[in-house]
Ligand binder design. Structure first.
Ligand code: GLP
Length: 240
């Protein structure tokens, strides 16, 4: 795991886009592992800009997303499918049939998780996996706990995460309490991983990622065991 500290979140977005663009250029049929949240927004804007400038071709690309809330329909403006469509997938020439986000609008999230895990295993490993990080160290929706789950699974969200994500909903009671998420095994299968962390509120998560041992209480710490992971952060997240 390597840390790369850049001055601003704009520089982080450009650097992340450089890394993802290289993956796409090296393999026009690449599988991209994608994340939602504010962290990768600059990256997606930069990729769209490069696509519009004729520098990138997504026609052969497959995408797999990390996670989805349980109980939101795909057209709900806070669903991760909606986020991906509006911030990237509808804005480039990717074949939408090759874009995958777990189906959260279901009465049986465990079954959907199992199907998503099967789908991931039927595809080649992600050429690159993009990650953000929760302030409690979660990746995807793998929350701190006594155990880490390897395959895709349904996870109950912690109070900390529900409160952190409440900013996107009218009231905290509207935040789903469950999600379907890639497990750490699905994430670690990626050939390359970039984790984006910007802003002061990620400082403690970055400090813990640097200083702590690998532990299920800090799911991001498993990335220490992956040999091609770059933690891309701005000065505010680094804190010095
Ligand atoms: C959510 C997502 C994570 C994301 C995290 C951080 O909980 N499930 O994948 O990394 O939030 O979000 P943000 O980038 O908005 O800080």
């Amino acid at each position: 795991m390597k840390f790369l500290v850049l001055e601003t979140k704009e520089e982080v977005a450009v650097k992340a886009a450089d890394i993802v663009s290289e993956v796409i250029k090296n393999n026009p049929k690449a599988v991209l592992g994608l994340a939602t949240g504010s962290s990768p927004l600059g990256l997606y804007a930069e990729l769209v800009k490069r696509y519009k400038a004729g520098e990138l071709d997504f026609s052969g690309i497959t995408s797999v997303n990390l996670d989805e809330y349980v109980g939101l329909s795909e057209d709900h403006d806070q669903s991760y499918r909606y986020f991906m469509n509006t911030n990237l997938l509808d804005l480039v020439n990717i074949n939408k049939e090759n874009t995958h986000v777990p189906h959260g609008n279901t009465d049986n999230p465990e079954e959907e998780a199992r199907k998503y895990n099967e789908l991931l295993e039927s595809l080649p490993p992600q050429d690159i996996q993009v990650l953000g990080i929760g302030i409690n160290g979660h990746i995807g929706f793998n929350e701190p706990s006594d155990n880490l789950v390897v395959p895709t699974h349904a996870e109950n969200l912690t109070e900390n995460t529900i409160n952190a994500n409440a900013r996107f909903f009218e009231k905290v009671q509207d935040v789903p309490t469950k999600a379907i998420t890639m497990g750490v095994g699905n994430i670690m299968r990626a050939k390359k991983i970039i984790l984006i962390a910007t802003g002061e509120n990620k400082r403690e998560a970055m400090r813990r990622l640097r200083d702590e041992y690998v532990s299920a209480n800090n799911p991001s710490s498993v990335l220490k065991l992956h040999d091609d992971t770059i933690i891309l952060m701005d000065r505010a997240a680094y804190g010095e």
